[in-house]
Design a protein around this ligand. Structure first.
Ligand code: FAD
Length: 332
């Protein structure tokens, strides 16, 4: 493999029912930063059926070029046709770096693609940078239960490929006047590419919680003492126009649904305001929220590690502090 032939930063632009996933836009922004360090460009690759009209959004968020594969075989996500299309694009375009969001689709797709194109994959990264000397991509991800952060470099293979957690990278500022190049790529699909037939798609009926997109999160931990106590957190969240989230301890206890979990094995969030209530601040929890804009911690233990990342710390019983905050906010 002549790695000098591989150029540019490519991002898989994941769409579901035509809606581009936020993590893909975050990665285009990060891709810009990396591409500028390498003196290269950013290309977004979008796959689907009737998706040409989505290509401009990718340019507005920072892509220089968009490659799209538009085919009925790509209508609903399926591993085989998506892996085939991406592998074809990578084999012909030879990107130096290829980034995919670590969503359920990305986590399924990325290993298949990396195996087809014979390169490595660093999964579930929380940080990306360029090594100034070697110009290699430094891919950072938590390891050993979050106790160490491992930085991984791809050896002699290209592209350097990674999946990145949603919510870790900031969005590039949208500019509707940005211009770029849009090109269609044709991929031939056969019956063998569709070895699964989708008979019916059943949508989850429960209300969708998307804590990754909330501007304000009021998060509850074991210190709330009782699942009923989420009600006072909800009151605080409502007064701040935010949502409720949680630590893993309370999710594991069955006090709240897993969709709400923040942390290494939950979601990575970066709201403008994160209020941690009765959360000790274990490293696995911090991994999911320490990039929040402003952190308020309420904990009765002044030595709790959450105070080390908090901008404002309130040492006290949350059962007293939260109602007072709600009262003050109502009066404001
Ligand atoms: P605790 O650690 O029990 O803390 C409760 C806190 O509440 C204490 O600090 C206490 O002082 C305070 N408190 C008690 N009563 C009150 C009161 N009345 N008023 C105010 N404060 C009070 N955890 C996550 O959150 N997310 C993850 O994604 C995650 N992934 C993990 C992955 C692995 C591989 C492992 C090993 C662990 C993971 N964990 C994760 C678990 C993590 O290590 C902690 O066990 C967990 O975060 C603790 O949750 P907690 O802070 O709610 O509970």
């Amino acid at each position: 493999m002549n790695i000098a032939e591989y150029k540019g930063v490519f991002v898989f632009a994941e769409q579901r029912e035509g809606e581009i996933q936020r993590v893909s836009l975050e990665l285009i922004g990060k891709g810009r930063e990396i591409a500028e360090k390498l003196g290269e460009t950013v290309t977004a690759v979008i796959l689907g059926n009737n998706i040409k009209d989505k290509t401009n959004t990718l340019i507005h968020y920072g892509a220089d070029k968009v490659l799209y594969v538009d085919d009925p075989a790509l209508d609903i996500y399926m591993t085989e046709p998506y892996a085939k299309a991406l592998a074809q694009v990578i084999n012909s375009e030879k990107p130096e770096i290829f980034l995919i969001g670590a969503t359920t689709i990305g986590r399924d797709l990325a290993p298949r693609v990396s195996a087809r194109i014979h390169t490595g994959l660093t999964a579930d990264c929380t940080g990306l940078d360029i090594d100034e000397e070697s110009k290699n991509l430094l891919m950072t991800r938590p390891a050993f239960g979050g106790n160490i952060m491992a930085t991984i470099v791809c050896g002699d293979h290209r592209p350097q490929m990674s999946t990145v957690r949603p919510g870790v990278m900031p969005l590039f500022e949208k500019d509707e006047n940005r211009e770029g190049v849009v090109e269609e790529v044709k991929v031939k699909f056969s019956k063998e590419d569709r070895n699964v037939e989708i008979l019916e798609v059943v949508k989850e009926v429960k209300q969708k919680i998307n804590i990754e997109e909330a501007n304000v999160l009021v998060s509850g931990g074991r210190g709330i003492g009782d699942p009923e106590r989420f009600e006072i957190l909800k009151q605080l969240a409502d007064s701040l126009e935010g949502q409720v989230s949680a630590s893993r301890a309370v999710v594991d206890a069955g006090w709240i649904d897993r969709d709400h979990q923040v942390g290494q094995t939950g979601k990575t969030v970066r709201p403008d305001l994160y209020v941690a209530c009765g959360i000790s601040g274990a490293i696995q929890h911090l991994a999911g929220m320490e990039e929040s804009g402003f952190i308020v911690a309420i904990n009765k233990d002044a030595g709790a590690p959450i105070f080390e990342v908090a901008d404002v710390g309130i040492v006290g019983d949350l059962n007293k502090v939260i109602p007072l905050l709600v009262e003050e906010l109502a009066a404001a």
